[in-house]
Design a protein around this ligand. Structure first.
Ligand SMILES: [Zn+2]
Length: 326
């Protein structure tokens, strides 16, 4: 089927080629747009079907009431280019026609001159998917923010599952801002966790679970790698070291307590053998003999300090000597 045959499927009467003005128009593509959104490749395929027969309007000039164009053919065009995030670039190209009239001629001249370039499309999508976590933001909220990076991935929303396409229009936007295409979709209420109304206990439980799951997933992601076998081994060793140190401290304290209870000088506490409380108590009894049996202290020299120290020191020295000889 040639262009004229295709066009005549949409007209009330048959037109000849001379009566028609045929021009290409780039309707939309799969690049991330100024709103941080893009169409999925499947969405472009849906739009390719849905846009056939759709009317284009020239909304910059409301007085030009009957200046209309119509799409009669569409195709997905892939050129050897990539999108800003590295996917193969594709766009939906349409062929449109206008009936040549005197009133239309200035418009036709503008299109021919490339002045009329920017097109806005209207469509309705069932899904708007977060590029980071895959959540459909129409149905469930997610914590990602468009335009922010998560682990090197730029968050944007992917329009998918297109269920209808509306008219398209040339818009009075300077083309150099974004040569080619702008996109417009029929806004649907976006749900987010903050604004979902909760009326029942089940909804509350579900919302809490979603929030907790998201937080857990986020945390697991954040700390993944932290518990590598090497890190785990290091942590275990650190814990064991601390625990051994702790046991040494506990034994030291126990010996000091038992020494105090038995009238043994604290500096000797560590000299007591034994690890268990029973062993230490037995040892303490041996030590204690030397300090309880020597209540009578030798008379100190009048000057106080002597090369032999005070009487308590002498008792200690004697005790250690005797214990060693045992
Ligand atoms: Zn997300």
């Amino acid at each position: 089927m040639n262009d004229i045959e295709k066009i005549n499927q949409f007209t009330r009467r048959e037109f000849t080629e001379d009566e028609l003005y045929i021009f290409p128009v780039k309707l939309c593509d799969n690049e991330i747009d100024r709103d941080g959104e893009r169409f999925s490749d499947e969405a472009l395929e849906d739009l390719k079907t849905l846009y056939v027969g759709k009317t284009g309007i020239f909304d910059h000039d409301p007085s030009a009431g009957n200046q209309e164009a119509r799409v009669f053919d569409t195709e997905i065009v892939s050129e050897n280019e990539t999108t800003s995030d590295g996917r193969p670039y594709k766009y939906l190209r349409a062929k449109a026609y206008m009936v040549r009239t005197a009133a239309n001629q200035p418009l036709i001249d503008e299109i021919d001159a490339g002045i009329k370039k920017e097109v806005s499309v209207g469509c309705s999508a069932r899904k708007k998917i977060c590029s980071v976590c895959g959540a459909n933001v129409f149905e469930q909220g997610c914590s990602h923010v468009k335009g922010k990076e998560y682990g090197g991935k730029l968050c944007h929303h992917i329009l998918d599952d297109i269920n209808d396409a509306y008219e398209w229009s040339f818009v009075a936007v300077p083309a150099q801002i974004n040569a080619g295409v702008t996109k417009k979709y029929i806004p649907k209420e976006e749900k987010s966790m903050d604004f979902t109304p909760i009326n029942t206990q089940e909804e509350l439980d579900a919302a809490v679970k979603t929030a907790v799951d998201a937080a857990v997933a986020e945390t697991e992601k954040k700390f993944s790698g932290w518990l590598s076998p090497e890190s785990a081994a290091a942590l275990t060793k650190e814990r064991d070291d601390l625990s051994a140190e702790n046991n040494v401290c506990k034994a030291k304290v126990m010996k000091m307590q038992i020494a105090a209870e038995n009238g043994i000088p604290l500096e000797l506490a560590e000299n007591m053998a034994g690890a268990s409380e029973d062993d230490i108590r037995k040892e303490a009894e041996k030590f204690a003999k030397y300090f309880t049996s020597r209540k009578v202290q030798p008379t100190p020299k009048s000057t106080g300090d002597t090369p032999f120290g005070n009487s308590n020191d002498n008792a200690k020295l004697e005790m250690l000597r005797e214990l060693r000889n045992n």
